[in-house]
Write a protein that binds this ligand. Structure first.
Ligand SMILES: [Zn+2]
Length: 401
């Protein structure tokens, strides 16, 4: 909210281009090794990346492998019955093969990208962590859109540190991942391909000498890690970028949800529109659960006055993940509309409680899924009811490169 000193939180690393987080007291505890719901869920998620396709292929191979030589000589009638049964199986199998999304996608003319087959073919760019930049095919009927879901921070970078009312340490990186992982199946079921920036407690970039020091990321490392997220989103030709973060501030009474967008990009109208949808859905979702979370609104990233730690970052004046190219600072900006949301303050104990609560995480994931759906909904269905700022924006339909 304008004016208030409190409205300028000590933003996380993704905040204001390359803002370096100074952990609060207690942040140095080796909490990055602690397990969390998000981390526990990770191995299962990881193995399901292309589960349906792998499973189908293996099933076929096993059937074929078991067949030769196993049928002994039998009376002719039995052989005919066997052949008939085999024919039925083959026909059924062939029919089943026509059902997967990649086939239905091939029969439609629009949007050749973002399909299940494209998801299966996706290869993460080189130089990223093996548990980063993973593409997931839709599980529902494909809508031919890819959503880049960026769980902020990870690994050596805990992000903001807070404390719940029970005294438990709350790390931003853990909650961002938990929410992202609950958002993943919702988006897939709605027909989206989903590109996850990370699926475990890791940085997105592959760490090298000079990327970290005793405080976590160096400025170089943090810049590299954000650039790696952008690289991932662009490599996957995502149609929409959604970065999930949580806020913090030295005054524990500061709270609320806010969503940040960049107003300087060619797709600024879509950015603003999407940020508005995210914000609207988050507030509605919290409210439906009976939680009072102040609505801090949407913010243009050039108007954040969080201090930057380098003159380059200060001069840049945008969130690195959302902002435009700048010679010598950012060569390859994100190429699609998007927003960075901070649904809660982890330094507000009541909000930290919501952040660590599985119900709270579900509420946020549902809100974010609803915002994505509203963004891609036909303008007549939703745009008029939402932001007055961009009623005629093409809602991202043609904004991706
Ligand atoms: Zn953050």
């Amino acid at each position: 909210m304008p004016g208030a000193r409190v409205s300028e939180p000590e933003r996380g690393g993704r905040g204001r281009s390359i803002v370096r987080r100074r952990p609060l007291p207690g942040a140095q505890a080796p909490a990055s090794r602690r397990s969390s719901p998000g981390e526990n869920a990770t191995p299962q998620r990881a193995s399901t990346a292309f589960g349906s396709r792998v499973g189908a292929a293996r099933g076929t191979a096993e059937r074929d492998a078991g067949r030769p030589g196993r049928v002994p000589r039998r009376p002719a009638r039995r052989r005919w019955l066997l052949l008939l049964a085999l024919a039925v199986i083959v026909v059924a199998w062939a029919r089943g093969r026509t059902l997967p999304p990649e086939h239905s996608e091939a029969s439609t003319q629009q949007a050749p990208k973002s399909s299940a087959s494209a998801a299966a073919r996706f290869a993460a760019p080189a130089g990223l962590n093996p548990l980063a930049c993973r593409m997931y095919a839709p599980t529902g009927p494909a809508v031919h859109r890819t959503i880049f879901v960026d769980a902020g921070h990870g690994g050596v970078d805990p992000g903001a540190i807070g404390v719940s009312s029970s005294g438990a340490l709350v790390q931003e990186k853990t909650i961002t991942l938990a929410v992202a992982q609950q958002l993943l199946p919702k988006l897939r079921a709605a027909g989206y391909a989903v590109l996850m920036s990370r699926i475990a407690d890791v940085p997105v970039t592959q760490l090298q000498a000079g990327d970290t020091d005793s405080n976590g990321f160096t400025l170089t490392g943090e810049h590299k890690d954000t650039a790696a997220r952008i690289q991932c989103a662009n490599a996957g030709h995502a149609d929409l970028l959604l970065a999930i973060h949580f806020n913090s501030f030295s005054d524990p009474s500061a709270g609320g949800a806010e969503t940040i967008y960049d107003a300087s990009r060619p797709f600024a109208a879509q950015n603003k529109h999407f940020a508005g949808l995210v914000q609207r859905e988050l507030i509605a979702s919290f409210s439906a659960e009976g939680w009072t979370v102040p609505d801090r609104g949407t913010k243009d990233d050039s108007q954040l006055d969080t201090p930057a730690f380098t003159s380059q970052a200060e001069n840049y004046g945008h969130l690195l993940e959302l902002g435009p190219a700048q010679a010598g600072w950012l060569a390859h900006p994100s190429a699609m509309p998007g927003a960075l949301t901070e649904p809660l303050f982890v330094t507000d104990r009541a909000e930290a409680d919501v952040a660590v609560n599985p119900r709270g995480q579900q509420a946020m994931a549902s809100a974010l899924a609803a915002a994505v759906a509203a963004y891609f909904a036909p303008p007549t269905a939703s745009a008029s009811a939402v932001t007055s700022g961009s009623p005629t924006a093409p809602l991202g339909a043609s904004a991706a490169p």
